[in-house]
Design a protein around this ligand. Sequence first.
Ligand SMILES: Cc1cc2nc3c(=O)[nH]c(=O)nc-3n(C[C@H](O)[C@H](O)[C@H](O)COP(=O)(O)OP(=O)(O)OC[C@H]3O[C@@H](n4cnc5c(N)ncnc54)[C@H](O)[C@@H]3O)c2cc1C
Ligand code: SF4
Length: 799
Amino acid sequence: MRRLVVVGNGMAGMACLEQILKYAPQFQVTVFGDETHVNYNRIMLSSVLAGEKAADDIVLNSVEWYQRHNIDLRVGVRVVDVDADAQTVTGSDGRSVAYDTLLLATGSSAWMPPIDGLDKEGVFAFRTLEDTRALIERSGRGVKAVVIGGGLLGLEAARGLQVQGCDVTVVHLMPTLMERQLDPDGGYYLLGKMEELGVSVLLGRTTTAILGNGHVEGVALSDDTVMDADIVVVAAGIRPNIELAIKAGVVVNRGVIVNDHMETSHPDIFAVGECVEHRGVCYGLVAPLYEQGKVLAATITGNRGPTYEGTVQAAKLKIMGVDVFSAGDWSEQNSEPVRFEDRALGIYKKLTVRDGKLVGAILVGDTSDSHRYMDWLRTNADISDQRRHLLFPPPAADAGLDVAQMADSETICGCLGVAKGTIIAAIHERGVNTMSQLKECTRASTSCGSCTSLCQRLLRAVAPEFEDERKTVICSCLPFAEDRLRDILRSQQLRSVQEVLEIYGNGVGCEICKPALSYMLDMLWCGDHDEDRSARFINDRVHANIQKDGTFSVIPRIRGGVTSPDELRRIADVADKYHVPMVKITGSQRIDLLGIKKADLPGVWADLGMPSGQAYTKGVRMVKTCVGTDFCRFGTQDSTAAGVEMERRFEQLFTPHKVKMAAVGCPRNCAEATVKDIGLIGVEGGWQVVVGGAAGKSVRKADLLATVETTAQALEASELFFQYYRENANYLERTYDFVDRLGIEKVRKETVYAPEATRAGLLDRLQKSKARARDAWLEGIEPKTPAQFIPLVPMETLA
Ligand SMILES: Cc1cc2nc3c(=O)[nH]c(=O)nc-3n(C[C@H](O)[C@H](O)[C@H](O)COP(=O)(O)OP(=O)(O)OC[C@H]3O[C@@H](n4cnc5c(N)ncnc54)[C@H](O)[C@@H]3O)c2cc1C
Ligand code: SF4
């Protein structure tokens, strides 16, 4: 077998190796990586810094993958020498390895500009997981951070540090931000958005020195300003790593020169990724490296044929709430600009058209059309007949059918280089029908998430069962998808289940559609509808949980798990009086009275004098709490008070499915907030609000919705998500499916990062619903007497 040595265990090297392995195994492979990790998704370091992802979440190839392919992986070993004549490389551990084929995938390094004091403790680059970990370690509330560089990396670093609690200032040499991707107007809109987030930006200034006695204490700027600083992040650009290529005698310029077959000047030495220069261009983005990797894999395995022609460069900022996209040549030299801007909405769009073809695009504030523009740019399409609709597509083209017409070679997931053809093959050949199957099978949409909606549109267009899954939401009594039905109820001002069934359904309904309709009406009209209790689930009709033997379980509300001697006495008295066969502490910190006869229910409620814990309904169950700052030495936040307040705000409200919550005082997570529908996790200087977790039949770690400073903000973020879930989830869809289906990025964008008016609307509707919510036990909602119970339906029909 021939020996292949890969230098660089990064994104390009491993993407190319994956492609090589797709051909019949021909190589005995050794991979050197001077970082101490398996291959990870470097572009997600910004999300790790912002606390949105853990290091484990961004692993691309696990240790098992290397083992499965018999790859000799040498992590933490830097290749320090190459002998091209002897065909050997030597690692920093002193060991040499022979090769027949050498693949250089050494990437780039952060460029450090000539500034005095860069060697001081507290100066960081932002390139590796180690850098990111060190930054997280040093950042925190009140730490003053200066980021040198207002390009894509610098801004993502700035936002990440700010989320970690730092006071951040970006110092940028140029008069506008991201000037390589945005024109001055686009830069101006971006500036506004960064400032809205609370990041200070100083433009047109250079950093002349880093001040401090051994460690960073400040920075001096070209206009003689001196600023205090505790840490400095240098994000001033990157330089391809070409030292090894030089040692091997391979021709280099700025990068290692490669031709269209990805060959270097040496027949046994190849190069891929950020370290190469192709047709005079050194790329700094992932999309080109995937395209290069495919071509190189063909060349290296003796299947030389496809050529690499260069990549249309497109950049997207991954800062929540700051949508920025830029692609191609957007300068107005020899091209016609087409523009739209709205300062109030913070939206700026510019397209450049030359000879009837799109040559460049800038989008700030609304990037939803970026795929359409990328498609035109990549295919060099003639768009003359679409001139009227360049910025605002006609509704038909907007409806999503356009994805079906995209070429198979088009990239859907830019982060991981997944083409449309790969997704289509997964649908046809591997039976993929859902987003989670698609993610597992192709990895599309598992990185920054910006392609989630495109993947969904593609699934909907191509996978018939996915279409059905979306359509068959209610049942045959009501031939409408849920979102369509919501529109009908709203536009027709329908307020009763029977009315809807008579006008739009079969007039009768069933155990499936009636509870769903009841829920929708209640949610849409914020409780101001004609409640038809007979349409509810049986448990909601009797306000208790029916058990296997026909008796009921009664769980009073014990907010946040905090009770009192008086409540405990009443519970004990009720247990005695009604001969309750079992009194049990539940896993949710509540007390369950089991085996209560139906006839005794009203008496039990009256004697308890406590609100219903609603352990029976599709609604808010409980908020589990730990003891937090009051009693725990690790506590950073008052989780008990936060949990009690959270329960008070949400209790008695109906939801698409049950909602379980928790609040913990620190990341030790004693009340398991990370596997709840909504969880509050106390951290130093604030809270993390997580959503979509589960620890039942399905197990899912909750996604980070937001990191906030105060309990009031944490509660508000929870409220926004809660109401958004109520309004947008399908009936009986748990939050973990809902968040997975939409993608957390979309959820964030439409809740915590939504425009002010949207957030106010969500909160307002929640408050209206809350104002109308009633406690079933305390306020005498029917049935008041046993005789009024609606006859029970057979057990097997219960959901
Ligand atoms: C914070 C951040 C955010 C980014 N965001 C985006 C984005 O949103 N979109 C986008 O398209 N791109 C983004 N990028 C750029 C993208 O990550 C790179 O284009 C991509 O990682 C380049 O892959 P590569 O394999 O060529 O280089 P790398 O991923 O840098 O891999 C090279 C590896 O080789 C190792 N190495 C180098 N020399 C040696 C040696 N002599 N011996 C052993 N090992 C060696 C390096 O340590 C490194 O691990 C981002 C980059 C960063 C840092
Ligand atoms: S989660 Fe933290 S604060 Fe709460 S009890 Fe556990 S260790 Fe203490």
